[in-house]
Each structure stands twice: as structure tokens, then as C-alpha cells.
Design a protein around this ligand. Structure first.
Ligand code: S3P
Length: 436
């Protein structure tokens, strides 16, 4: 697919439901006896795979309308032995969180995924889960999928200081802790997205969160609660909003409003950074919906300048660096994005994939250690094809670039956009984006 320099983007749009919350809503439904009603669920392939796996583990999961789903679960500790392997497709979040859900149940399950997911490290989730008593029965080389695990009859509660700043690892531990007697504690050096903690509280679990060090947190969960069904309203995904947000900022004269975007402070790093770069973004109608902060974002075409993005901000914008790199190309001056080592283990090696994409589109950049440095000139020559490596965010980021580049930008594969943002192309066209 190719995107071309477009006239001013204009209009109001809503992006799909948050992917992180959508996965978790289904999993909490599975672990709750009674009916969990979900509205605004992201109906992207990643989340649909999680829904299928919840069924394999004993839940009744039904779609009652667009984004409206009900789950009748089996309760904490009540998971069924699945007959077939659990296939998570492209989704690391689905696989790692579900390892936690399954990990403290006395069942055996095989986890698998597509070629991209089979390359991603799973030991980061399995290491703490083994402390609960989980056994890894089989794994591909280097702790890769396919992996077969067997949970213990009686799980032991765990205290775990996570060596990686990863909400997926933290969540796997907390979700396993649900089925262990006593208190399970996770200590993270850098606070990561806290949707699991919020949802545990929403479903009636006893969770205590205290600050730890300069940027970290300690989360303590009392195990074996009886979760109570609670409705989940999924807010719009800030990581999907990032694409029209940057598109409107870099296409001159644009005026776009994105409604109901989740503003959880552990997810707003891109917004903070774009505003520092001089983007004209207004936060309107700030409100709380279902326990999450949301707001409408009005963004206009802006003159951007380069900034230094501190490493401690990375967890709050970990999925947004590819599109920030695009914004940085259109800024005047150098943008240094620090501490991006975690980007190497995403749907692709995103640091390498972004750098390669910048190279084929003629943007001056360099990788220094874990930092990506983009020397912005206010324009991008464009070109391609950009190799997307089965990574939805690489595809969307470079299609956004083409809307403001001197020449069209081509990406080699748009299939994986369906994992997180199935309507991305029609929505961008509706705003005036030229994509063909
Ligand atoms: C997610 C956490 C992040 C993020 C992913 C979703 C989550 O991964 O990249 O898209 O829902 O917990 P890590 O926790 O591995 O950084």
C-alpha cells in the first residue's frame, strides 16, 4: 500500500477500544463466575484470539453487538483443561498474560502463535511463574513458542522484583497470584501501565499499590478472592489514536478531533512529548469513564522542533516510538529517544525496523546504544518499500509519514494492521488521507 502527500486532514473520529484493556476484560470475565458485560471491546485479531482461548478454557463468550460482548466465566482456579493448543496469533500480550491466568491452575496447556510471536522471548513471563510451582513441560529453543506448561495443584504465593519494565510480566505474576493463597507482590523499578491493577480492584480483589524508589511501584495482591462480575467499558486506545494524532500534526493546515481517548497517565508519554515538540494539541472534555481518565484531543497542523525524550518515559509510550520517529523527521532539529532496548522484543525488532524504514524514506538518523536519534529537517523525502516485518505499528507509522512526505511512501504489507486497528485505512481516508 502507498500513502501520498495529502491536503489538510479534517474531521472528528473515534479510534477503537484499548487493546490492553480489551484482552484483560475477557480474561477477567473468564476468571469470574457470572456474567461480565463488555462494551467498546477492540474487535481486532489479537483480542479475538484471546476470546477464542477464553472459550477453550471454559468460558462462554458471546458477541451481542458491535463491540458488545458477554463472558460467563469459570472462576479463579476453575479453568478447564484445553483440548487443543492455545493460538495467540500475533499477540505477545495475549500469550504472556494468559500464561499468568493459566499458570497457577492444575492444568496443562500448549501456547503457540504466528511466526512473529514465535520469535519473541517468553522466559520473562515463565521465570516468575515457575516460582508459583508451574512446570515448563516443553519449549522451543531460547524459551520461544510453542511452549507447554503445567500448573501446580497448590500454587505458592510469590514476591517478584521484575528485571524488565514490562506490564505484561507484572500482569502475568498478578494474574497467577489470583490463584495462590496469601499475598503475591510485584516490585517494578519503572511504573508500567496499570490496567491489571485497576481491573483487579474493579472486580473486587484486594490490591495495595505503594510507590517504590523514584519511578517504581510495589503491588500487593491478596490471593484467591472471589471475583465479582463488573461491567467493563473500554475507552479508546491512545496507542491507536497516536496515528491520526501525528498525521494531523505533520500535515499542514490539519484540524482533527479524536474523541474519548484514554488518558491514563501511564499511557500519555507520546502526548507529553508531542506537546514538548510544539504540537498544537488541546485536551477537551476531560472526564472519568469506568475508572479511567478520558478526553477528546483536538490537534492541528504544527511546526515541530526536536526534543530529548528521557528513558524513564519509555514505559508510558513504549508502543508509540515508531510514530514518534515519524513526527521527529518532520520536526526541525534533533530528537533523541533514549533507552529503547525493549523495542527490540516487540512484534518485530522495532528499533531495527524503524531505522530501516527511516533509511529507505531518506530520513537522517542513527542508533547509538539503546537510543534512536532522528535529525529532523521538517520534511521526509519518502520512498520505500518499507519492510513491516509482521508489525502493525511499523505499517501504520510509515503510512502516516507518506501523508506529508515529498514523495509517496510504500509499505510492503498491511495485513497486520487488523491485529489492533482494523478500520485504520478507511478512517484515515475519511480525514482526507490519500492511501491506495
Ligand atoms: C502491554 C504492555 C506492553 C505493550 C503491549 C501491551 C500490555 O508490553 O508493548 O503492546 O497490555 O500489558 P510490555 O509489557 O512487554 O512492555
Amino acid at each position: 500500500m502507498t500513502s501520498r502527500r495529502s491536503g489538510a486532514l479534517a474531521g472528528t473520529l473515534t479510534v477503537p477500544g484499548d487493546k490492553s484493556i480489551s484482552h484483560r476484560a475477557l480474561m477477567f470475565g473468564l476468571m469470574t463466575v457470572g456474567e461480565t458485560k463488555i462494551t467498546g471491546l477492540l474487535e481486532g485479531e489479537d483480542v479475538l484470539n484471546t476470546a477464542k482461548v477464553c472459550r477453550q478454557l471454559g468460558a462462554k463468550v458471546e458477541r451481542t453487538g458491535p463491540g458488545a460482548w458477554t463472558v460467563h466465566g469459570v472462576g479463579v482456579g476453575g479453568l478447564h483443561q484445553p483440548a487443543e493448543p492455545l493460538d495467540f496469533g500475533n499477540s505477545g500480550t495475549g500469550a504472556r498474560l494468559m500464561m499468568g491466568v493459566v499458570g497457577a491452575n492444575p492444568i496443562r496447556a500448549t501456547f503457540d502463535g504466528d511466526a512473529s510471536l514465535r520469535k519473541r522471548p517468553m522466559r520473562r513471563a515463565l521465570d516468575p511463574l515457575e516460582l508459583f510451582g508451574l512446570t515448563v513441560v516443553a519449549q522451543a529453543e531460547g524459551g520461544r513458542l510453542p511452549i507447554t506448561i503445567e500448573g501446580p495443584k497448590n500454587a505458592i504465593p510469590v514476591t517478584y522484583a521484575s528485571p524488565v519494565a514490562s506490564a505484561q510480566v507484572k500482569s502475568a505474576v498478578l494474574l497467577a497470584g489470583l490463584n495462590a493463597p496469601g499475598v503475591t507482590t510485584v516490585i517494578e523499578k519503572e511504573a508500567t501501565r496499570d490496567h491489571t491493577e485497576r481491573m483487579l480492584i474493579h472486580f473486587g480483589a484486594d490490591v495495595t499499590v505503594t510507590p517504590e524508589g523514584e519511578h517504581g511501584r510495589r503491588i500487593a495482591l491478596v490471593g484467591q478472592p472471589e471475583l465479582k462480575p463488573a461491567p467493563v467499558v473500554v475507552p479508546a486506545d491512545p496507542s491507536s489514536a497516536a496515528f491520526p494524532l501525528v498525521a494531523a500534526a505533520i500535515v499542514p493546515g490539519s484540524d482533527v478531533t479524536i474523541t474519548g481517548v484514554m488518558m491514563n497517565p501511564l499511557r500519555t508519554g507520546l502526548l507529553t512529548t508531542l506537546i514538548e515538540m510544539g504540537a498544537d494539541i488541546q485536551t477537551l472534555n476531560a472526564r472519568v469513564e469506568s475508572g479511567e481518565d478520558v478526553a477528546d484531543l483536538r490537534v492541528r497542523g504544527s511546526k515541530l522542533h526536536g526534543v530529548d525524550v528521557p528513558a524513564h518515559r519509555a514505559p508510558s509510550m513504549i508502543d508509540e516510538y515508531p510514530v514518534l520517529a515519524v513526527a521527529a523527521a518532520f520536526a526541525i532539529g534533533t530528537t533523541r529517544m533514549r533507552g529503547l532496548h525493549e523495542l527490540r522484543v516487540k512484534e518485530s525488532d522495532r528499533l531495527a525496523a524503524v531505522a530501516a524504514g527511516l533509511a529507505v524514506t531518506g530520513v537522517d538518523h542513527v542508533i547509538e546504544g539503546d537510543d534512536l536519534i532522528v535529525r529532523g529537517t521538517g520534511r521526509a523525502p519518502g520512498g520505500g518499500p518499507v519492510e513491516t516485518h509482521m508489525d502493525h505499528r511499523i505499517a501504520m507509522s510509515f503510512l502516516v509519514m507518506g501523508l506529508a512526505a515529498d514523495n509517496p511512501v510504500t509499505v510492503d504489507d498491511t495485513t497486520f494492521i487488523a491485529t489492533s486497528f482494523p478500520d485504520f485505512i478507511p478512517l484515515m481516508r475519511r480525514l482526507g488521507g490519500e492511501l491506495s
